[in-house]
Design a protein. Structure first.
Lengths: 444, 228
């Protein structure tokens, strides 16, 4: 069976790529200040997740996201987890994602992270590890969604012989989530920074498939603490939910970055008055800080009274003296991450550093221990990709998407990203990585 | 259960993009059509017929020869009047309208751009560009079939017919043909009178039926009817 699905997809890959091109499946990057759009490299060999693995991943992800949502509510209200000494308060207040303006604010239906992108890797022994939680504006779901639409069209035989979950329902899950938190049955919009955002394809494609409006900052206005869409003939229509694809800093120039032209003045006020749902909520950055990541298994135990099903990669916090000593002694075999960075930036592998660089990094860790985490390098599995006519092995991860509305739903697919560089572990598209479809197999 | 809530809404900026998308798509289609007619004359009758084309089109004759005209007018991205530039302008509007016009409609524009780029590399002349015409016809089919919001469809079609009438007037088509197109244009109103400037509209109608429709004022009135 494996031969059938691989060979057919590989044979048809040029056709698949032509379809991708025709549908404009691109992402934008800025290089030397110039914006360029390029096709997101697609590899025809899918990542396959067995049903047995999926059951565990799905259960673990639901548990993790539920705990993270409880944590966010707690942090912006009673802060029991800090008072009970589970997380040091410094990790909350020194986080760049913590927004004091959100203190006491409860979002619609008490959901903070509606769309959570959890990055996972599978170790060679089969164990799945969580590498990162992305609770602000995780992107990438549109790519496997459109890839599946195209591959099913181009190679229907492949999907006759392989029994897997359909992943084209992501937009329906998104819509269901937006419907649930919608305030006063208002309009549902995706707020985009515009065409020159790296993920603009995704914004417009999801708007199309979910049947919601794609709005730009100028399309929205806040009056009497309510958000309106400015239609034709000066007609204003109430907005009930905004799936924003703009980060907190730029979303309301009157509260955050004052020079932002991408945001909507007074949006935060409308949100804090409960007159509009913001997907994902303001202030989520405090929970996906790489330093907070360390504490997620403890959160699961604290809020849910359960052991975390999904493991974190073994992580050390130089903030704790014992960990710092360990990190400084073992730096050459660990990976060091700057907690404030994302997108594969600020990641340093000790094994790639010479003695001078190691000494520099040691110093950085000593001066600002809160800024860094250190992790064991997980020897995660390589996946086959096509390199010209050859199959080669490359590192890859999986971004799974969890949608929290009336129910917590895990999308039975995900964005599998791979590195094209044989010596690299960095899979981010902004650093030249490609993507694969992710097949979650049904129980036979 | 699938959501039944409609998220209809068109901002004035979006309406403008829809209108210009319609105009540019029709301009690509019609410019190629008119170019073929003039090119036919250029083969063995009147090598400089392209000058007449430029004059009627209202574009500067900046070309050194018939060959230079064909090469530049089709493919030169530095030439603001070229077909490739029209396609890029069409795409600039359409790419911001994906959720309204649907990915399939948008794809015909991308196919046309890809084809133009590869035709340039292969040195294809006008004869090789029937595919672009086919893409534009497919685009109109897709507009008709896939865009369910009446107002969205009608604004695009309004742009299409304004462009079409404009070119028909410029290229001396008969009044009968123009009136036929004008009837199609009026079908796009559908009660959305606020989108259109009534004064310009009636002035245009008068030019067509009472005064000389070849008068330059006719085009000015026509091009100012849409006001979103």
């Amino acid at each position: 069976m494996e031969v059938v699905m691989y060979e057919l997809l590989i044979k048809q890959r040029d056709t698949v790529n032509k379809w991708m091109d025709r549908f404009g499946v691109r992402f934008g990057i800025y290089k030397n200040g110039v914006f360029n759009e390029q096709l997101f490299p697609f590899d025809p060999i899918p990542r396959i997740i067995t049903n047995e693995d999926w059951v565990e991943i799905e259960t673990g992800l639901k548990q993790r996201v539920l705990a993270l949502n409880k944590f966010l509510y707690d942090i912006y209200h009673e802060k029991k987890i800090v008072k009970d000494g589970v997380i040091p308060e410094e990790f909350i207040y020194s986080s760049s994602g913590y927004l004091p303006q959100c203190e006491g604010v409860t979002p619609s239906k008490n959901i903070y992270s509606h769309i959570s992108g959890i990055d996972l890797v599978q170790n060679k022994d089969g164990t799945w590890y969580v590498l990162e939680d992305n609770l602000r504006i995780p992107s990438g779901a549109s790519y496997p969604m459109i890839a599946r639409s195209i591959t099913r069209k181009v190679s229907p035989e492949t999907f006759k012989t392989n029994i897997l979950y359909d992943n084209r329902n992501y937009s329906a899950l998104l819509r269901k989530t937006m419907d649930y938190v919608n305030v006063d049955n208002g309009l549902e919009v995706i707020l985009t920074p515009g065409r020159y955002n790296s993920a603009y394809f995704e914004h417009s494609y999801l708007a199309e498939k979910a049947g919601v409006l794609l709005a730009y900052a100028d399309d929205l206005i806040v009056e009497d603490d309510k958000v309106y869409y400015k239609g034709l003939y000066d007609k204003k229509e109430r907005v009930g939910v905004i799936y924003r694809r703009i980060s907190d800093d730029f979303l309301d120039p009157l509260v955050f970055e004052s020079g932002s032209l991408l945001g909507v003045p007074n949006l935060f006020r409308a949100y804090s008055e409960g007159n509009v749902a913001i997907v994902n909520a303001f202030g989520n950055g405090v929970a996906d800080d790489k330093g907070i990541y360390y504490f997620v298994p403890k959160m699961v135990e604290y809020y849910l009274g359960e052991k975390a099903i999904l493991k974190n990669a073994p992580t050390y916090l130089p903030y704790f003296e014992e960990d710092q000593t360990f990190v400084l002694e073992n730096l050459s075999r660990l990976v060091i991450k700057d907690v404030a960075e994302a997108g594969g930036y600020g990641v340093m592998f000790g094994r790639d550093m010479d003695d001078i660089r190691l000494a520099e990094v040691r110093k950085l860790v000593e001066i600002e221990p809160r800024r860094w985490i250190a992790q064991e390098v997980i020897d995660f599995i390589d996946l086959e990709i096509m390199d010209g006519e050859k199959k080669v092995l490359r590192k890859s991860d999986l971004r799974a998407f969890v949608l929290s509305g009336e129910d917590t739903m895990v999308w039975p697919s995900g964005l599998t990203r791979y590195t094209r560089n044989p010596h690299s572990f960095i899979v981010n598209s902004s650093q030249g990585g490609g993507f694969k479809d992710t097949w979650v197999m049904k129980k036979q | 259960m699938e959501s039944t809530k409609k998220n209809d809404g068109i901002s004035s900026v979006k309406a403008g993009r829809l209108y210009w998308m319609g105009r540019y798509a029709e301009r690509v289609y019609h410019a190629l059509h008119l170019l073929r007619k003039h090119y036919d004359r250029m083969i063995d009758e009147e090598p400089n017929a392209y000058k007449d084309f430029c004059f009627k089109m209202g574009i500067a004759d900046q070309y050194t020869s018939a060959e230079n005209f064909i090469e530049s007018y089709l493919y030169d991205s530095e030439n603001p009047d070229s077909i490739i530039n029209m396609l890029e302008h069409l795409n600039d509007n359409a790419i911001l309208l994906r959720e309204e016009i649907k990915s399939e409609t948008l794809s015909y524009i991308q196919l046309a751009i890809n084809y133009m780029k590869s035709s340039k590399m292969k040195g294809k002349g006008l004869g090789g560009l029937q595919y672009i015409t086919d893409c534009m016809l497919a685009l109109w089919g897709s507009v008709d079939e896939r865009i369910f919001t009446r107002q969205v469809r009608h604004i695009i079609l309004f742009g299409k017919f304004v462009e079409c009438i404009d070119l028909h007037i410029r290229f001396d088509y008969s009044l009968d043909r123009i009136n036929n197109l004008y009837d199609r244009l009026k079908e796009c109103f559908y009660g959305d009178y606020e989108l259109f400037d009534e004064v310009q509209f009636y002035a245009f109608e008068k030019q067509l039926n009472i005064y000389n429709y070849k008068d330059s004022k006719t085009l000015a009135f026509l091009n100012n009817i849409f006001k979103a």
